[in-house]
Design a protein around this ligand. Structure first.
Ligand SMILES: [Zn+2]
Length: 288
């Protein structure tokens, strides 16, 4: 199943009104009782305003309230189309690209991009991984920062990200404050259920994790080992890191530590639905 074509998107959402109606249906479609007069009621769209009104007491509900579009002056269809773009790319969407595709200012495009990334992360969620007998790959990487003039190997302003991937399941990534044992243990304890089998490389940060209620299987990259004979390894996460870095370096040039979690949420969302790209846009358009 592939994603919708641009043409299919505009057939489905030809106008701002069509987008608003979609929001109403998804969020309040089944509503039979008015929250104000408490009567079973039909709501109808108010002309020229993006709200729906109770047939009995004229109580108005805005389908946009509480969504990323609530305080935006950008037309709803542009927001929907921006989400479409985020679900049909592998490497992300730059603010420049949004500016061009949506005909909005750079500042607006930048804000829309970040709101959508944040929202994608929320929709993706972060339920704990693993459980008794379940394999979970754990691996860490350093992202961003500048190495200019500091000599090779300088990593002081890079950000450490830990990825945790349940076999045949979800991926969760988290920014940690340091690449050390305390951070690794903390992030694993808060995201991976006890009893899981943690698979890592030989990095010392994972040492003793088997004393915190997990089984621990190590692969030794230095010995040219990428999977143990039981198939354990961190190849899944390494593939994700490659994709993430291609996206960040190729599309965005620079991503600050402050905004990195939003990009992680975006790439995680796509990774977790990679086998059902046709569900990406519906997932985003139904979760409000
Ligand atoms: Zn009412």
């Amino acid at each position: 199943m592939t994603t919708q074509s641009v043409l299919q998107f505009f057939e489905r959402f030809p106008t701002d009104d069509a987008c608003l109606e979609h929001l109403w249906t998804v969020r309040y479609g089944d509503q039979t009782e008015c929250p104000k007069c408490e009567k079973p009621s039909k709501f109808h769209r108010v002309k020229k305003r993006p709200v729906y009104e109770c047939a009995w007491c004229a109580h108005q509900i805005s389908p946009m309230a509480g969504t990323p579009f609530a305080k935006s002056r950008t037309p709803l269809q542009k927001w929907f189309y921006a989400m479409y773009l985020f679900t049909t790319t592998r490497h992300g969407v730059s603010a420049k690209e949004l500016q061009r595709q949506l005909s909005v200012t750079y500042k607006t495009a930048w804000r829309i991009g970040h709101e959508i990334r944040k929202y994608m992360g929320e929709v993706d969620g972060n339920a704990p991984l693993g459980g008794a007998g379940v394999d979970v790959e754990v691996d860490e990487t350093l992202i961003g920062g500048s190495v200019k003039g500091k000599g090779q190997g300088y990593k002081g302003n890079k950000t450490c990200v830990v990825g945790m991937l349940e076999r045949n399941g979800e991926l969760v990534t988290k920014v940690v404050s340091a690449r050390d044992k305390v951070s690794m243990k903390g992030v694993i304890l808060s995201n991976v259920l006890p009893g899981s089998t943690i698979q890592t490389d030989e990095f010392g940060g994972y040492k003793d994790i088997d004393q915190s209620g997990y089984n621990h299987v190590k692969v030794n990259h230095k010995l040219g080992e990428y999977a143990t004979k039981d198939g354990a390894g961190v190849n899944g996460i390494e593939a994700f890191w490659a994709q993430l870095k291609r996206g960040i370096n190729g599309t965005h040039v620079h991503v600050s530590r402050k905004h990195l979690p939003k990009y992680l949420g975006e790439f995680e969302f796509r990774y977790n639905l990679r086998k059902r790209p046709d569900l990406m846009l519906p997932a985003l358009l139904q979760a409000f």
